[in-house]
Write a protein that binds this ligand. Structure first.
Ligand code: AMP
Length: 384
C-alpha cells in the first residue's frame, strides 16, 4: 500500500511516498518518491502557504502514481501537548485541537493544521494520521516534567517539560531492545538522538521517563545552532544591561548558538575537520558538547536505575565516530569500554560498538522517522 508521509516545518514541507505491505512492513524499495519544498511564505517565494505547497506535492506525485491512489497519509506534528499521548486518526476535532496547541509551537502547529486541512480538501476520502514529536514523552513522571516555578505557570500557561524527537526515541528503543534480545517492556536505556537538533532520553520499562528537551526544543544538549541548557538570568541580563530584545535573544539562542556560535560551523563534519587541523575554538566546542552529553548520560544512568544500553542515533550519532569516541572516553566511571575498530566501522545496521567487558553495552542504531510515521499510519488508518 502507498503511504504519503508529510513533515511540515515552519517554512518547509518534506514528503515521502512509501510503499508498505498490508502488514505495515517496508517493501524492498520502500521510498517510491520524495521531495522538499522550501521557503514557503518567505519574501520572493512563489509558494505562499502550506496548502499551496501540498498542491505542488500532488502535482509532483501525479506521474509517479500513474493512476494508482494513495492509501493513507501520515503527518509529523511537533506538538501534541498533554492531549495526545499516541498517534491519532485525523478528524476535524483533532485538527482543531492541533490548532489550539499553537501557543506551545507557534511556528510549527499552525502550518501542520493547514496542511491537514489542505490534504482533506484535495483528497476528501484519504485517511490521515498524525504522529506527534511530544507524545512518546507523555509517560514521564511529574518529577521529570515539572519545573520548579510557581505551579500556576503550569496550570495557567502549560509551562512544563514536554520533550521532542519522540518518534525517533520510540523507534530506536524498540530496535535496541530487539538487538540486545531484551523484551521492550523490561528495557532500560539511554537514547541519544544527535542530529541538527539533539536530545537524550531516559528509557525505563521501554518508556520515556525523562528527556533533555523541555518546554521547547531549545533545552538540553549542545546542538547545531541551539544553545541547549542555559542560566535563564542571562536573558534578563542581556535585555536590561545590553539592550537586546526578547525576540533577538530567542533568535540567537535558536539559530546562532550551539556549535555554530562556538565554532562558526553547524555541521559536525566541519567542526571535526577544523578541530583535527588545530582550530582551538572547534576543539573547545567539541569539548563543551561532549562533556555536556556525558553528564546527561551519567544522570540518566541514575534515572533509569542502571542502563542496559547507551544508544547513538541520527546524523551525528550514526555517522560521527570521532564525536562518539569523545563522549565514550568520558564514561570510564560507568565502566564503559568500546572497540575503536567497531566504532569506526560504517554500517546501516543496528550494531554494538562496546567490548564484551563493557559494563554497559554501547549501540549505534539508525533512526528513520518517516518509516515510523508510515508504519503508525498503516496501523491506525488501515488495519483496524
Ligand atoms: P540529522 O538532523 O539527523 O539529519 O543530522 C544532521 C547532522 O548530522 C549534520 O549536521 C551533520 O553534522 C551530521 N552528520 C551527517 N553525516 C556525518 C558524518 N559522516 N560525520 C559527521 N557528522 C555527520
Amino acid at each position: 500500500m502507498l503511504i504519503l508521509v508529510i513533515n511540515s516545518g515552519s517554512s518547509s514541507l518534506k514528503y515521502q511516498l512509501r510503499e508498505l505491505t498490508d502488514d505495515g512492513v517496508d517493501t524492498a524499495e520502500p521510498v517510491v518518491a520524495k521531495g522538499l519544498i522550501e521557503r514557503i511564505g518567505q519574501p520572493g517565494s512563489a509558494i505562499t502557504d502550506h496548502a499551496q505547497a501540498l498542491e505542488h506535492v500532488a502535482a509532483e506525485l501525479e506521474d509517479v502514481l500513474d493512476g494508482r491512489s494513495i492509501d493513507a497519509a501520515g503527518h509529523r506534528v511537533v506538538h501534541g501537548g498533554e492531549r495526545f499521548s499516541a498517534p491519532a486518526l485525523v478528524t476535524p476535532e483533532v485538527i482543531r485541537a492541533i490548532d489550539r496547541l499553537a501557543p506551545l509551537a507557534p511556528l510549527h502547529n499552525p502550518p501542520a493544521a493547514q496542511g491537514l486541512r489542505a490534504l482533506s480538501a484535495q483528497w476528501p476520502d484519504l485517511p490521515q494520521v498524525v504522529v506527534f514529536d511530544t507524545s512518546f514523552h507523555q509517560t514521564m513522571p511529574r518529577q521529570a516534567w515539572q519545573y520548579a516555578v510557581p505551579t500556576t505557570w503550569y496550570t495557567d500557561y502549560g509551562i512544563r517539560r514536554y520533550g521532542f524527537h519522540g518518534t525517533s526515541h520510540d523507534l530506536v528503543t524498540g530496535l535496541t531492545a530487539e538487538h540486545l534480545n531484551i523484551s521492550r517492556e523490561e528495557f532500560r536505556g539511554i537514547i541519544l538522538h544527535l542530529g541538527n537538533g539533539a536530545s537524550a532520553t531516559a528509557i525505563r520499562d521501554g518508556r520515556s521517563v525523562d528527556t533533555s528537551m523541555g518546554y521547547t526544543p531549545l533545552a538540553g544538549l549542545v546542538m547545531g545552532t541551539r544553545s541547549g541548557d542555559l542560566d535563564p538570568s542571562i536573558v534578563a541580563h542581556l535585555c536590561s544591561a545590553h539592550g537586546y530584545t526578547v525576540e533577538e535573544i530567542d533568535r540567537v539562542l535558536n539559530q546562532e548558538s550551539g556549535l555554530l556560535g562556538m565554532t562558526g560551523h553547524t555541521d559536525m563534519r566541519q567542526v571535526l575537520e577544523a578541530a583535527e587541523s588545530g582550530d582551538r575554538e572547534a576543539e573547545a566546542g567539541l569539548q563543551v558538547a561532549s562533556y555536556r552529553l556525558a553528564k546527561y548520560i551519567g544522570g540518566y544512568h541514575v534515572a533509569v536505575d542502571g542502563a542496559q544500553a547507551i544508544v547513538f542515533t541520527a546524523g551525528i550519532g550514526e555517522n560521527a565516530a570521532p564525536f562518539r569516541a569523545r563522549v565514550l572516553d568520558r564514561l570510564g566511571a560507568l565502566g564503559v569500554e568500546y572497540s575503536a575498530e567497531a566504532n569506526t566501522q560504517r554500517s546501516d545496521a543496528v550494531r554494538t560498538i562496546s567490548t564484551p567487558e563493557s559494563r554497559i553495552p554501547v549501540v549505534v542504531a539508525p533512526t528513520d522517522e518517516e518509516q515510523a510515521i508510515a508504519a503508525a499510519t498503516v496501523e491506525l488508518a488501515l488495519r483496524r
